[in-house]
Design a protein around this ligand. Structure first.
Ligand SMILES: Cc1cc2nc3c(=O)[nH]c(=O)nc-3n(C[C@H](O)[C@H](O)[C@H](O)COP(=O)(O)O)c2cc1C
Length: 329
């Protein structure tokens, strides 16, 4: 448990912001299955781009559990401040600043993790956003700009001085993208250097990973990204392991089916049939790939283009698993 401003985060396991993944249906599901905090997909600070249907859906936080954390990305302090204000007006209770994402779309505009090499600009952005809103502001960073420039500790100190209330650290440098081993030493050094809650991120894919990263870094929480793809129950499994030291065991086939169908139906309802069917494909593939018969199922599933056909196909796949009592961990 840790605090972000006035909010008590009951479980130390946080869903990472992931563009194209952590939409409202997925956030609600992860929260229900034990995530202590979920963070929205990033929105650009350029409000001229907020009118697209994609942005409108990203900015929708109706019916979400509290606290609602919204991530913004950009490099202009004034624009970031205004975007933060507008996000709060639209329902954000925590504003998260993206300084951790190496995606080209973000880095070409010198936002996301590209900002880490310009420490005065980092300070300027963080201070402008903190001063612009009366909700807690958090930041997500990497351990530095490149392996030769691991300035994560300096950035964390700047964050603390600027009034940031929590910091999530992906244990790779910007130059490392998603390659190579995650290094948790800089996360441990950051935790030593500041008194803010620090959330460790990067390659945490099991309850045992979570336990060892928390022990090694001293972090207050862990953040799970790809490990939650097709496995939103990972939050419950990690919570159980952290509090009891024992494993919850493999999810049973009936519950696998009900979670998958719940997720599929909520994607169709949130996006409408045309977009929903397309977005559902990757999520369903993540759930079914590790299961017996998953690859063959996927080949057929990606060709289906109606919500009803997708639901029927998933139901049939799950019935096969239930009848054979087969499920992969
Ligand atoms: C598909 C995808 C989209 C992502 N989008 C964002 C994003 O919008 N904002 C952000 O700060 N990080 C983003 N990230 C980075 C993740 O939040 C996380 O830091 C990274 O995946 C490492 O954690 P993991 O090993 O648990 O996946 C994204 C990652 C993935 C895989």
């Amino acid at each position: 448990m840790f605090e972000i401003g006035p909010y008590q985060i009951e479980n130390p396991v946080v869903l990472a912001p992931m563009a194209g993944v952590t939409d409202q249906p997925f956030r609600l599901l992860c929260r229900r299955l034990g995530a202590g905090l979920v963070v929205s997909e990033m929105v650009t600070s350029d409000q001229r781009l907020w009118k697209t249907r994609k942005s409108q859906l990203r900015l929708n936080h109706q019916g979400e559990s509290e606290p609602r954390s919204v991530q913004i990305a950009g490099s202009d302090p004034q624009m970031m401040a205004q975007a933060a204000q507008e996000s709060v007006r639209l329902g954000a209770q925590i504003v998260d600043i993206n300084m951790g994402c190496p995606a080209k779309k973000v880095c070409n505009k010198a936002a996301g993790s590209a900002l880490l090499r310009d420490e005065p600009l980092v300070r300027d952005i963080l201070q402008s956003v903190v001063n612009a809103v009366n909700v807690p502001v958090t930041v997500k960073i990497r351990t530095g700009w490149s392996p030769e420039h691991r300035n994560g500790v300096t950035i964390a100190r700047i964050a603390e001085d600027s009034g940031i209330r929590a910091i999530a650290v992906h244990g790779r440098t910007r130059a490392c993208a998603y390659k190579g081993e995650v290094e948790y030493d800089t996360i441990a050094n950051i935790k030593q250097a500041v008194s803010l809650p620090v959330i460790a991120n990067g390659d945490i894919n099991s309850p045992a990973d979570a336990r060892s990263v928390l022990d090694y870094t001293g972090a207050d929480g862990v953040m799970i990204g790809r490990g939650a793809h097709g496995r939103p129950w990972i939050f419950r499994e990690i919570n159980h392991y952290l509090s009891t030291g024992t494993s919850l065991g493999t999810i049973d086939t009936q519950e696998f089916q009900s979670i998958l169908l719940e997720h599929l139906n909520s994607i169709h309802a949130f996006y409408g049939e045309y977009l929903g069917v397309r977005i559902a494909r990757k999520h369903v593939a993540w759930y079914t790939n590790p299961q017996p018969g998953g690859s063959a199922f996927r080949r057929d599933f990606v060709r289906l283009d109606s919500a009803q056909a997708q639901c029927e196909s998933v139901l049939q796949f799950c019935e096969h698993l239930i009848n054979n009592e087969e499920i992969a961990a």
